[in-house]
Write a protein that binds this ligand. Structure first.
Ligand code: ADP
Ligand code: MG
Length: 263
């Protein structure tokens, strides 16, 4: 049983504060979904937790099973069991996927026995063309292939907690189903804990959330069960902005002149 605990996390990037006091706890087997509009700070949250350089933690803590994650470089966070599926997977020319996985497993002290068979099985399961296993990592892959590739890495590395930053972006409906289903299976088979970041609840058809959190302007403004995603789908983020509603514009007089009069 593992727990990722984010407490009162505030962070800045480029000299601008983006996250304001985030509290989130994700345990093995759980799926937490963070939904929010563009620019809310969703990718910033994933970057800060995973240790992408350039982000400044202003306040708060992040621990994995009590270990201070923020004190570790990104590669040690990965070794400790955190895994990020990036919104825009990086292309790495000259480096084969299989080589990356071998190195990652060795660094974890895990066995690489039977890796080829494992890759073949997982490729079938995720609908990833096995021919692409022998290509450079993510190079010249379509958006859907990249996300299937990322999901395959997740499946093979078996992290404790995975952060999915818009797994659904750039995916067609079939790829989305295959990837989301594989992640959902991992929560049941290996007890993976998931922090899934998304705009859309179409991801949630396969990846069933235990909790949904709404992130607006760097704050979690609402948390609830899966039904919260339905409210969001119906009402949009406006209901959760935390801002005063826009004043209604009073009806104007009927003449044509009124229409063109400057306010
Ligand atoms: P989301 O993923 O929710 O769309 P992001 O976390 O990517 O939002 O971005 C949140 C805010 O932080 C945005 O206003 C964005 O412009 C800003 N931001 C992100 N990265 C940087 C950066 N490296 N320098 C300056 N501002 C940044
Ligand atoms: Mg983002």
């Amino acid at each position: 049983m593992s727990t990722l605990e984010i407490r009162n996390l505030s962070a800045a990037v480029g000299g601008k504060q983006i996250l304001n006091g985030i509290d989130l706890t994700v345990s093995s087997g759980e799926v937490h979904v963070v939904m929010g509009p563009n620019g809310a700070g969703k990718s910033t949250l994933s970057a800060v937790v995973m240790g992408k350089p350039g982000y400044e933690v202003l306040e708060g803590t992040v621990t994995l099973d009590g270990v201070d994650v923020l004190a570790l470089p990104a590669w040690q966070r990965a070794q400790a069991g955190l895994h990020l599926v990036m919104q825009y997977p990086t292309e790495v020319p000259g480096v084969l996927l299989a080589a990356v996985l071998v190195q990652a497993l060795v660094a974890r002290g895990a066995s690489t026995d039977g890796l080829d068979a494992r890759l073949a099985t997982e490729s079938t399961r995720i609908g990833f063309d096995a021919g692409l296993l022998h290509r450079a990592l993510n190079v010249d892959l379509s958006g859907g292939e990249k996300k299937r590739n990322e999901t395959l890495q997740l499946a093979v590395l078996e992290p404790k907690i995975a952060i999915l930053d818009e797994l659904d972006s750039g995916l067609d409906i079939d790829a989305l189903r295959d990837c989301a289903r594989r992640v959902e299976d991992a929560t049941n088979e290996t007890g993976l804990g998931v922090l899934a970041i998304t705009h859309y609840n179409r991801l949630l058809a396969e990846l069933r959330p235990d909790r949904v959190h709404i992130l607006v302007k760097g704050r979690i403004v609402a948390s609830g069960g899966p039904e919260l995603a339905d409210v969001l789908e119906r009402d949009g983020y406006a209901a959760f902005s935390g801002d005063e509603p826009e004043p209604e514009v009073p009806p104007r007089g009927g003449s044509l002149e009124d229409l063109f009069r400057l306010p």
